[in-house]
Design a protein around this ligand. Structure first.
Ligand code: XIL
Length: 311
């Protein structure tokens, strides 16, 4: 195959797509590559709480709609990302206490999911709930609502739209470790209540530092009765990249693809962007970059070739 989406079929191969990049007339390649190479789309930021409900009860969907329209026009599955997360919250959410936050969370979930009903393959209902030690991580939702907030959010989500898959999405859960152990036990309780359909494994990796047991870990979640997906894949390295790191990156991408392919419930793979030019990595991890499959000029990297070959 010559495209990621053709090679990945019947799984989807998606990308995080920013509305600002899709509509940037001075860089038409972003939308061109977004359409040509990918069968899935995740709004990189546009469905997050700070974008969709910047003031309490005031919902703004313009930018999310741009990404949704692009996905629809290009026959892409759309991942809803995300509804309940400690980050990218507007200030007003952080000031609410007790039942006020509970009501705001439920209203947010219901309103956003209702808006996009029929368009979303899967929703990241709760994003990044876990701490490294396998307990729940710090969040205003945990502080104000207690550890039941995840079950509450998923119950509300199921009621709002029972035609979409409900996911929890997290990072550093790709291998077998204390964090993924903790997540798995939560998944088992939620599955018994029919409140969870899938788990997203972000997969923001450092070159040469992948867990060796990704397949084993994905399989144990699948065995718990849920789908799994690689939701935010990138493999970062020190920049400017060395030839050795770029070579290792080709192997790391193939490792992830092979792990997903070996697990029948692995529904798809999403990279967190298209081109290294707009990747979130340099802005978040000092001196790191070159994490994706296309370079700053949209040339296919060696990582693209190894990914296509592994798919
Ligand atoms: C990142 C975006 O890529 C950035 O543009 C934004 O400034 C911060 O968030 N885990 C997630 C994603 O679930 O939503 C994050 O996306 C990356 C880490």
């Amino acid at each position: 195959s010559t495209t990621l989406k053709a090679a990945a079929s019947p799984r989807y191969f998606g990308a995080a797509l920013g509305a600002g990049h899709l509509s940037n007339v001075s860089d038409p390649k972003f939308a061109e590559f977004g359409a040509a190479q990918f069968s899935g789309a995740t709004p990189e930021n546009e469905m997050k709480w700070d974008f969709t409900e910047p003031e309490q009860g005031v919902f703004t969907f313009d930018q999310a709609n741009q990404v949704a329209a692009f996905a629809k026009a290009n026959n892409q599955i759309l991942r809803g990302h995300n509804l309940v997360w400690f980050s990218q919250l507007p200030d007003w959410v952080e000031t609410l206490q007790g039942n006020d936050l509970l009501n705001a969370m439920n209203n947010h979930i219901t309103t956003v999911m209702t808006q996009f009903k029929g368009q979303i393959f899967a929703w990241d209902v709760v994003n990044e709930p876990m701490a490294d030690d396998g307990t729940l991580g710090p969040s205003p939702f945990l502080t104000q609502l207690g550890s039941g907030y995840i079950q509450t959010a998923l119950t509300t989500a199921r009621k709002a739209d029972n035609t979409t898959f409900l996911y929890i999405n997290d990072f550093n859960t790709e291998g077998v470790n204390a964090k993924s152990d903790g997540l798995l036990s939560i998944v088992q309780s939620l599955k018994a209540l029919n409140l969870i359909d899938g788990i997203g494994f972000e997969s923001h990796f450092i070159v040469g530092e992948l867990p060796t047991d990704i397949q084993t870990n994905l399989q144990r979640f699948a065995d718990a009765g849920v789908d799994v997906a690689i939701t935010e894949l990138d493999v970062r390295m020190t920049v400017p990249p060395s030839a050795a790191d770029l070579e290792q990156q080709t192997k790391d991408y193939a490792t992830v693809i092979n792990a997903c392919k070996a697990v029948s419930r692995c529904r798809g793979i999403t990279t967190w962007g298209i081109t290294d030019l707009y990747s979130w990595v340099p802005g978040t991890f000092p001196n790191m970059g070159a994490a994706l499959l296309f370079d700053d000029s949209y040339n296919e990297k060696a990582s693209f070739t190894s990914t296509i070959n592994a798919l």
